[in-house]
Design a protein around this ligand. Structure first.
Ligand SMILES: Cc1cc2nc3c(=O)[nH]c(=O)nc-3n(C[C@H](O)[C@H](O)[C@H](O)COP(=O)(O)O)c2cc1C
Length: 332
């Protein structure tokens, strides 16, 4: 059972925080596919403190998404604590997560994200300051280390626990690896064996079977899924079902994929506006189309779309074309 503070998740399947992806539109859709916990995209502490309009919009949470974890990042204690306080008092997030894994230079050069992985004392100091300032449970998402020579995952997770953190999510890669190479699940297991707070394992869970294997091989309390859920909320549903019953559900039809893509689009339009949503949806649509035969032409056309009407026409057109081919194949 995955329990963080007093919050009990209905299953151990967690949607990973993904910048530019995990806004309310996508999270709600994934939640409806059964995720035990959804994580929001990372939000800058300074953006919160300056009440930057875009940042404030990122704090919107639909009640139906709960339980939800909202992730903040920053490099200085004062601003991180203030941002956490704001999230604690002014949002309906259930959990405040601190980003300690983001590898991109824009973030690490401000002493934020993965930079902390080199310094367990700093982790202790930052996490305890946040824990002391808020009521919601505080968690941390980290990578296993900075590089092969500096893998401090166990020390870092212990620092989180000592500081009062209520769970830790571990992505089994170093900062230097970015998204290359294989995630190291052995280190995730070591972390699990070294702390008493819940551990969520992350990295390279591509199939429901991978999720089961991660839970069994590492003993983690939860399994976090990122890239495999892009354009594919069925991955969440299929994983939940597989873990619960051992049954491996089939892949969705193209029609189902396009219907959910349109639902996602409409939610994004409601959240942002048509112009912004359609442009943002281009990348999602390409992910929904992954694996659909003959999608290259439609993908190119989607990249030129500026209106809901055009995008929906292309998606429905593709579904109809595939259905027509299937009927032809049966009829002969
Ligand atoms: C597009 C994208 C955006 C991401 N943004 C965040 C983020 O905001 N915060 C974070 O902690 N991790 C972020 N990550 C890392 C993921 O949460 C996850 O740790 C990583 O993708 C490994 O999991 P996976 O193999 O299941 O994809 C991001 C990953 C991707 C692909």
């Amino acid at each position: 059972m995955l329990k963080i503070g007093d919050i009990v998740m209905k299953n151990p399947v967690v949607l990973a925080p993904m910048a530019g992806v995990c806004n309310s539109a996508f999270r709600l859709t994934v939640k409806e596919f059964g995720a035990g916990l959804v994580c929001a995209e990372m939000v800058s502490d300074k953006g919160i403190l300056f009440k930057n309009e875009k940042t404030m919009n990122m704090l919107y949470i639909d009640e139906r998404e709960k339980p939800l974890s909202l992730q903040i990042f920053g490099g200085e204690k004062e601003t991180l604590v203030e941002a956490a306080r704001f999230v604690d008092k002014n949002t309906n997030a259930d959990i405040i997560d601190i980003n300690m894994g983001c590898p991109v230079p824009k973030i690490t050069k401000c002493d934020a994200g993965a930079r902390w992985l080199l310094d367990p004392d700093k982790i202790y100091e930052m996490v305890s300051a946040v824990v002391d300032a808020v009521e919601k449970p505080v968690t941390v998402k980290m990578r296993i280390g900075w590089d092969e020579e500096h893998i401090f995952a166990v020390k870092n997770a212990r620092a989180v626990e000592r500081a009062g953190g209520k769970a830790v999510a571990v992505h089994g890669r170093t900062r230097v690896q970015m998204y290359e190479g294989k995630a190291n699940w052995d280190i995730i297991r070591e972390v699990k064996q070294s702390v008493n707070i819940p551990v969520i394992g992350n990295g390279d869970v591509e199939t429901p079977q991978d999720a089961k294997r991660m839970l069994e091989e590492t003993g983690v309390d939860g399994v976090m899924i990122g890239r495999a859920a892009l354009g594919n909320p069925w991955m969440i549903y299929r994983t939940v079902k597989y873990l619960e019953t051992g049954e491996l559900m089939g892949e969705p039809s193209v029609r189902e994929k396009m219907d959910v893509c349109i639902l996602h689009l409409d939610r994004l339009i409601a959240l942002k506006n048509e112009h912004v949503a359609v442009r943002e949806m281009r990348k999602h649509a390409a992910w929904y189309l992954k694996g659909v035969k003959g999608n290259a032409k439609v993908r190119n056309a989607i990249n030129e779309c500026n209106t809901r009407e055009d995008l929906v026409m292309l998606l429905n057109g593709l579904a109809a074309e595939v259905e027509e081919k299937e009927i032809q194949a049966i009829v002969g």
